[in-house]
Design a protein around this ligand. Structure first.
Ligand SMILES: [Zn+2]
Ligand SMILES: [Zn+2]
Length: 127
């Protein structure tokens, strides 16, 4: 590409200007080192809690994710059984005490269709 004189001049001008601006900024930072430091320090102090919290929640999320992954890995049958049993309609009565059944329990996770209908209390007792 051939530049016209005008374009060339403009390019030079911007280049020089950029250098001057960068130099000015650098000089300003050197001159105002303390001020910059203080501003940064103030900002950090103000946002410290927020930053820490963000880091912490991220870590918690990570751990939870890992736990979830581990749980799925360790209990593939259990999870499969649970998702399959969701289709099974809940029966009226708890098979142990006759109260209203609210939960499904698997005696054997390899038989996801075979569920026992229990109330919360009896379910807890069975585990
Ligand atoms: Zn019961
Ligand atoms: Zn159960």
């Amino acid at each position: 590409m051939v530049l016209t004189r005008k374009q060339e001049y403009r390019r030079e001008y911007y280049k020089k200007n950029k250098e001057i601006e960068a130099k000015k900024k650098k000089e300003w930072v050197i001159k105002n080192k303390e001020k910059v430091k203080l501003t940064w320090h103030k900002w950090y102090k103000k946002n410290k809690n927020g930053l820490q919290m963000k880091r912490q929640t991220n870590k918690i999320k990570e751990i939870r994710n890992e736990q979830q992954k581990g749980y799925v890995k360790r209990n593939p049958e259990k999870i499969k059984a649970h998702s399959l049993s969701r289709k099974i309609k809940l029966q009226e009565k708890c098979q142990d005490c006759g109260k209203k059944a609210t939960e499904k329990h698997h005696e054997d996770y390899s038989k996801p269709e075979e569920v026992v209908f229990l109330c919360k209390e009896c379910h807890t007792r069975r585990h």
